[in-house]
Design a binder for this molecule. Structure first.
Ligand SMILES: [Zn+2]
Ligand SMILES: [Zn+2]
Length: 241
């Protein structure tokens, strides 16, 4: 399927869906036209990252000397502030899955500032525990992986990693506690080992804070033979923000 055909069929789907479920701004929930990604007001308030972040650890304040970073690079699109907080909550809770569409135009450029896209073999995402997924019915990181895989035209496999336990919310933990808390939470799916071994993997998540989740997932992928692991997140924040 060429890109033009794909975007036409996507547009037809969006147009028809809009008749039954009016398209809404993923940030404020206002009804918008079927072919719009967000309302004009929110569009002007998106806090795109405009400061230099370390391309390796993905952080504004580089942590590469402080902890062992298992991934090979990380980029994000926006700061986790202002309307992005509302957008991410709606994305997780209210199924505002069109949030990712807002960033479509920037994903390719952002990724190519970190990695030669041609070298990526597979796109995957940080997994959710199966009981949490049963409640939410979808994993928001799979949606990010799906959009990214379409944009860079690379296969997606969101079964490479498994989340073994439901963990406590991490937002109250410091970076040391976070790194400790993610230990033992994830594992690789042995059925997919062939798709990890020797491969360059792009791992997607919604937010990077200390990077401990991405780091643990990257560590497991590397342990199972991944040649390189690059990370992509929509938003980036720091613990003190
Ligand atoms: Zn809005
Ligand atoms: Zn760094």
């Amino acid at each position: 399927m060429n890109l033009m055909m794909k975007s036409n069929s996507d547009n037809i789907k969006k147009y028809i869906l809009d008749i039954f479920f009016p398209n809404r701004c993923p940030f404020c929930g206002k009804v918008i036209k079927w072919n719009e990604n967000c309302c004009e007001k929110c569009g002007e308030e998106i806090p795109f990252i405009n400061t230099e972040h370390c391309k390796r650890c993905g952080q504004e304040n580089c942590m590469c000397d402080e902890i062992k970073i298992h991934y090979d690079g990380c980029v994000s699109i926006v700061d986790y502030s202002g309307i992005i907080r509302d957008g991410i909550i709606r994305f997780k809770v209210d199924k505002a899955v069109n949030l990712v569409d807002v960033f479509e135009d920037r994903i390719y450029d952002r990724l190519s500032s970190m990695v030669d896209i041609g070298k990526i073999d597979v796109v995957t995402s940080v997994p959710m525990h199966k009981s949490a997924k049963r409640v939410r019915r979808y994993n928001q990181t799979d949606i990010i992986a799906k959009t990214v895989s379409n944009i860079i035209n690379k296969p997606r496999n969101t079964r490479l990693l498994i989340k073994l336990k439901n963990n406590i919310a991490q937002h109250k933990l410091n970076s040391y506690e976070r790194a400790k808390a993610v230990k033992g939470l994830y594992s690789s799916d042995k059925k997919c080992i062939q798709e990890v071994n020797g491969k360059v993997i792009l791992l997607c998540d919604d937010i990077i804070t200390t990077g401990s989740t991405l780091n643990e997932c990257a560590r497991i992928l590397k342990e199972n033979g991944a040649k390189a692991v690059y990370c992509f997140t929509i938003a980036s924040t720091q613990l003190n923000k």
